[in-house]
Design a protein around this ligand. Structure first.
Ligand code: FEO
Length: 393
């Protein structure tokens, strides 16, 4: 099998995984993902940049074998999470002279997760270089983009930047090259929301640093390779900025249509005021898409029914997850209906302790909405409209 040559002596040896349906057992993968690994052949030494998810190890080993690669001098691990590091033990067994090149934090993570001996590592510091002969690798530490151990590898002569998870996408359409389509942009945004949004400040800082570096090519370890980096650099500049859109996201769960009537009514009022509304069914919808919609939304309104004496568990899960992923939501409200009693708001409110959006009025009613209930929803709609006039849209 021939490896795909991206440029002279720089090869792609990753794999698509279209059958994988969940990532981290958390986020649905509607079209699977890819694990990108790259082989660089210098005039004196060779290096493999990142490896592959453990269930796919045999595919990487077969690919290297069939390509006639007898020696690998360096295995560069940009990040210890096992979708990229998982094949290291098998590679070290097959290529016993190979050294694992990484930073101190990643080394410790790899040692604990994969039980690799200390003497197999070469530990680098920020901006250190490693010569392959006619090609030079430079390492850029990028902690918290997204793990503390994250780093990038820059191939100086070619100006190629290997960014591991940064700028990734769970996108398996087409070949290895970015197609710059709207679908790719959405996949990259969805990926950003799930993986990078909790670290927005760091992502913003390193996006700016990479813009200044001006690489000719960006080669992530998930999704396509960007020959035109400005596509993804500009997208990250938008997503990581403090700006929000004139947009309200309304995830809802409704057991007997009362809460649904409320969120439908609110949606209409907001749309009549030219506010974009994303109304999201928490039972039928894909949580990954919902999270993506929060990347640039100004306001979150949770629509919820009562189960026994508290909020429906799907609304609890959604609120917990959004708080963990830290969208730049500015305002939030809760609307919902109950049958005979309980508290719909206390738990949900407590779950937004990290992102702390400004609390707007809540509209909680008994039974099916009627006269005055709609007036309360009118008031909430007006409050949102007024808030959106004064924020940095
Ligand atoms: Fe693709 Fe953080 O692993």
């Amino acid at each position: 099998m021939k490896l795909i040559e991206l440029a002279e002596n720089i090869f792609f040896c990753g794999e698509k995984d279209k059958d994988r349906t969940m990532f981290d057992q958390l986020i649905p993968l509607p079209e699977g993902t890819t694990y990108n690994s790259y082989f660089i052949k210098g005039s004196q030494k060779s290096a493999l940049i990142d490896t592959i998810y453990p269930p796919k190890i045999h595919l990487l080993l077969d690919k290297l074998e069939e390509a006639g690669i007898k020696e690998i001098d360096y295995i560069v691990s940009n990040h210890a999470e096992q979708d990229h590091s998982g094949a290291i033990p098998a590679l070290v067994a097959k290529y016993p002279n190979a050294k694992i090149v990484t930073n101190e934090r990643a080394k410790e993570n790899i040692k604990s997760m994969l039980h690799i001996d200390e003497d197999k590592f070469i530990v680098i510091q920020d901006e250190d270089t490693l010569s392959l002969g006619n090609k030079t690798l430079q390492f850029i530490l990028a902690p918290f983009v997204h793990w503390p151990d994250t780093m990038f590898t820059y191939l100086q002569e070619d100006k190629f930047l290997f960014t591991c998870d940064f700028y990734g996408a769970h996108y398996t359409t087409g070949d290895i090259w970015a197609d710059y389509s709207e679908n790719l942009l959405l996949a990259a945004k969805r990926y950003y929301a799930e993986i990078m949004m909790p670290f927005r400040t760091f992502a913003s800082k390193y996006n700016q640093k990479i813009k200044e570096l001006s690489p000719k090519m960006i080669l992530p370890s998930h999704g396509p390779v960007y020959k035109n980096p400005s596509f993804i650099l500009q997208a990250y500049e938008d997503w990581t900025s403090d700006k929000v859109k004139n947009k309200v996201v309304i995830p809802y769960v409704s057991m007997y249509e009362s809460t649904k009537m409320m969120v439908d009514y609110l949606t209409q009022k907001l749309e009549d005021a030219d506010i974009e509304v994303v109304l999201w069914d928490l039972i039928e919808g894909d949580m990954g898409e919902l999270v993506m919609e929060t990347v640039d939304a100004a306001t979150l309104v949770i629509g919820v029914s009562m189960v026994l004496s508290g909020p429906h568990p799907s609304a609890v899960y959604c609120t917990y997850l959004l708080n963990a992923l830290r969208p730049k939501i500015k305002f939030f409200s809760i609307v919902g209906s109950y049958g005979w009693g309980g508290n719909l708001t206390k738990i949900l409110e407590s779950l937004l302790s990290i992102i702390k959006p400004e609390k707007l009025d809540f509209v909680i009613i008994k039974g099916k909405p009627k006269g005055d209930d709609f007036l309360q929803l009118d008031a909430l709609a007006n409050q949102i409209i007024e808030k959106h006039k004064i924020i940095n849209l």
